[in-house]
Every structure is written in C-alpha cells, then in structure tokens.
Design a protein around this ligand. Structure first.
Ligand code: ZN
Length: 408
C-alpha cells in the first residue's frame, strides 16, 4: 500500500491559487536589490506568474511600494530535517508518516519566516520528505521548495540494522542508493561517520570503497550526494570519493581541504546546530557535561571553516535544523562571518552557491529575469551587517506568491 495518496482524502487545489495564476504581472519597488552579484539601487522587480519578468528602475503606476526594504533572492538552506518534530505526544512515532507530515507544518512555516524559500532535506523516514515536497509543489501545503533524500544510508550499528536505510558493502550501498532514487529522491544522503545530537564522536562508518560506490551510483542516475561526517577521516574519504558536499566535518587535514577546493566540493559545516543543542540541552534531556563536548566541537568546527574559507573552498549554508530550531535556519550565516567571510560572501552561501549545489543555478538563488520569483525583503543593508538577514526579514515571496508578510 502506498503511504500517501492525495486523491483518497479528496484534496483539491484551493480556488484562490488558481485565481492567482491568471492574475497580471505585478511590480515591486525596493530601496535596493542584491541580485546575487551586485546591489541595484531603486530596483523595480516585476513578477509574472511564478517567475521574475524583469528588474529595472522604472515602475508602472500600480507598483507596490517596498522602498523600506532591501530585496534579496529567496534564501536556500541546504541541510534541513523538516520532518523532525519533538514528539511529546508520541503520535508520530512508530512509523506513522502521515502524522509526521501533519506535525511538520509548523516547521515549514517557521522556515519560510526566515526568508528560506528552498531547502535540501537530508534524511527522513517513511518517505515523509517526498510526501511533503509533493504536497508543497501541488499547493496543498505552504512551504519552501524541497529537494529531498528519502532515507540517509547507514551501516549496521548498535543493534540497528536491516531497515530500509541500512547498507553494508558495495552491493548493498548501490542497491539502497537506487532504492532512494526509485522512490523519488532528488539527492542522496550518506552517514559516513558517527556523530549526531549530543554525540560528537566522528568515527568513520562507511569505507572509502562504499563511499565511492554511493557517489558513482548517485551520479550515474543524475543525482548529487551529501556525505555526513563529523570526523576528519570520513571527510578525507568523502572528498576522495568525489561527494558533492561534505556535511559537518571538523579537524580536516590540509590535503583534504585543498582537494575540496580543487574539486569544487561544497563544505556545509552546520556550526550553528550544535549551538542550538547547547542552548536547549535541558529541553533535549542531555546529561550534564554534554555541553562541554558540544562547545569543544563548535570551536573545532569554526576552526575548520576558517581554514577552508582561506583555502578557497566553496561553502553552502546548511542549518541542520531539527525540532524547535526552525526559525533559526539562517543563524549559520553569523558563524560564516566569524570564519572570515564578508557579509556578501556569507549571503552567497545561501543563494548562488547553494543553487549551484542543487544544480539549479539557472532558476534559483538570484534575482534575474526568468528565475523563480523567490524574494526575501529585509529591513536594512545586509551587506553592512549580516544580522539584518538573520533578524529582519519582513516579507517573503515564493514562486510569485507572498508567503510571509510582517510589514507594519
Ligand atoms: Zn543533518
């Protein structure tokens, strides 16, 4: 039986959405727009259906006055867990995927409020991520555009094994990659080391040969692959195997870092998610002392980010957002500035770079004619102060529809 059958519960596209589709082009005048490369003063962005029609400085009489704001491309968070709910009711446990999708609606709403209009979701059970992606695309749920992985590949470990995510050896790795693609995944996620939540160990799990098999199987089917690794040996082998992005990774050696730069592999350090765990250690029932290990990890993570940035590695912004962290998706940008980026370089990690990682440089991550009308309006100049992006998002458009409006 299929988990998700929209027709069986009679969902139909809302009538208002259909009316919006036939409406005429609309123009918006901003104080300025940063289009992914440069600032355009007095920018007038004209939106037609779900796309940007033009950017100019002349406006028609019915232009919407947004001159209090700076327009940015809708932001992209390349490492989310949209289906992770802090399940106090325990309803979503034991594989009840429909309840998980329902309870995740708050996560998608809070994510949109940060200006994030596109996410890459790395790991979900029961293909709840695929259900959410399809619901959002069909207009049945208002949320960011999702690129999803299905199950993240894991080795047999700690008594767990045999699940749909488990793969041991090259043949099983290839099979599980193909199963995710077959189920409808856009991207492959592989857990290449231990480490998650309060556990900051980074023992390599999959071997180089298994990583290489996963990379080749994903690429053969036209998909990219993200490899999770907390420690340096997993990062070394993920880079050697040619992963498209390396997630988390601390203590990487100079050779690994320079190979990442040379191969243009994206680094998604997710520094801020451990800050979230430290701040919420009590809520998450971590034992005393867990925060010391987390803080030590944060320090090493930032150090790796500094080194990688200096070496010319490309970064993409990933929050690794879970549970009650939704709404804090873009705080990672503050760490990137601490790691030595200018605010503009940090912004690129959540726009043009992230779109490159998604292989959508032609329609996402920039404000250009023909691109999706994903626009984030902030109060202030984010090129002077990255906190403007983190804290002062006032209005968000996704695919031509206003999804957040906090203008007063
Ligand atoms: Zn993650």
């Amino acid at each position: 039986m299929r988990l998700f059958e929209p027709c069986s519960w009679g969902w139909k596209p809302p009538l208002l959405a259909l009316i919006a589709v036939v409406a005429n082009a609309q123009s918006y005048r901003f104080a300025q727009a940063w289009d992914g490369e440069k600032l355009i003063p007095n920018a007038v962005i004209t939106v037609d259906h779900d796309r940007i029609k033009s950017i100019s400085t002349t406006a028609p009489p019915d232009v919407v006055d947004m001159t209090r704001y700076t327009a940015l491309p809708g932001l992209i968070d390349v490492h989310t867990h949209m289906t992770y709910v802090l399940d106090m009711t325990r309803i979503a446990q034991s594989g009840r995927g429909a309840a998980t999708v329902y309870m995740s609606q708050d996560n998608v709403k809070k994510t949109l409020e940060t200006g994030v209009t596109t996410v890459r979701n790395l790991g979900a059970s029961d293909y709840t991520d695929i259900a959410m992606r399809d619901l959002i695309n069909a207009g049945g749920m208002t949320g960011p555009r999702m690129f999803v992985s299905g199950y993240g590949l894991q080795i047999t470990r700690g008594g767990r094994g045999g699940g749909p995510q488990t793969a041991d050896g090259v043949a099983e790795v290839m099979k599980v990659v193909r199963q995710q693609v077959g189920a409808g995944a856009d991207v492959i996620k592989m857990y290449g080391s231990t480490g998650s939540g309060q556990d900051v160990t980074g023992f390599q799990t999959f071997t180089y040969e298994e990583m290489k098999a996963a990379v080749d199987a994903a690429h053969a089917l036209g998909k990219t692959i993200a490899i999770h690794t907390y420690g340096p040996t997993g990062a070394r082998d993920a880079v050697r195997a040619g992963a498209d992005s390396v997630e988390h990774a601390t203590d990487m050696d100079d050779e690994t870092i320079s190979e990442m730069a040379r191969k243009k592999i994206f680094y998604v350090p997710t520094i801020d998610h451990n800050r979230y765990y430290v701040d919420n250690a009590r809520l998450l029932r971590y034992p005393p002392g867990a925060t010391d290990a987390l803080n030590d990890y944060i320090r090493r993570n930032l150090e790796s980010a500094k080194k990688a940035h200096k070496a010319g590695v490309r970064f993409a912004m990933g929050s690794d957002v879970v549970y009650t962290m939704f709404g804090e998706n873009t705080r990672e940008l503050g760490w990137f500035v601490k790691a030595g980026m200018t605010p503009e370089q940090a912004l690129k990690t959540a726009t043009t770079n992230a779109a490159g990682l998604l292989q959508h440089s032609g329609d996402l991550g920039a404000l250009k004619p023909g691109y999706f009308a994903d626009i984030c309006a902030v109060e202030g100049n984010p090129l002077d102060d990255i906190d403007v992006v983190i804290q002062k998002v006032r209005w968000v458009m996704k695919g031509g529809t206003v999804v957040v409006d906090k203008r007063k």
